[in-house]
Design a protein around this ligand. Sequence first.
Ligand code: FES
Length: 164
Amino acid sequence: MTRRGFFRKAVIWALSGAAGIIASVPVIRLIINAQPPPGLMWSRVGDIGALPLEEPVSMNFEMRSGEAYMHQMVLHDVWVIKRSASDFTVFSPICPHLGCHYKWDPGTSHFECPCHGSVFTMNGRVIGGPAPRPLDTLPYRIEGGTLYVKWERFQVGIPGKVRV
Ligand code: FES
């Protein structure tokens, strides 16, 4: 083999190798970005230092949804009640009757659902309307003054708290 032939082959091999590396980058990124399914992840909700005691506060957070290669950020909200510096209650904002979003009414000190009139105490107990169970709590943890929540959905319209 001539020297020119050798260098020509070497250049072709080098270019083929570089093309292979470039082509594999998306696959490597998929593997690195792979995450557990949504609903099993902790989502950062926000700082809890300034929250008032024994007063429900609606807090929003973004959560990654979908598979690693086709994901989008979804906005969720939760009701957070600070009981003490380390004790909180986090309610799903979804009414357990048929899934509407309920609100806190500071005038009556109740959670009230506008759809069919279910009423709940600050502890989530049903005191009026057709809701078949108390408000659904969500798992949470506190880390460095920040609240993290595991977003989960539960079947509506049934007495039990059954994950969807
Ligand atoms: S969805 Fe809330 S009372 Fe029906």
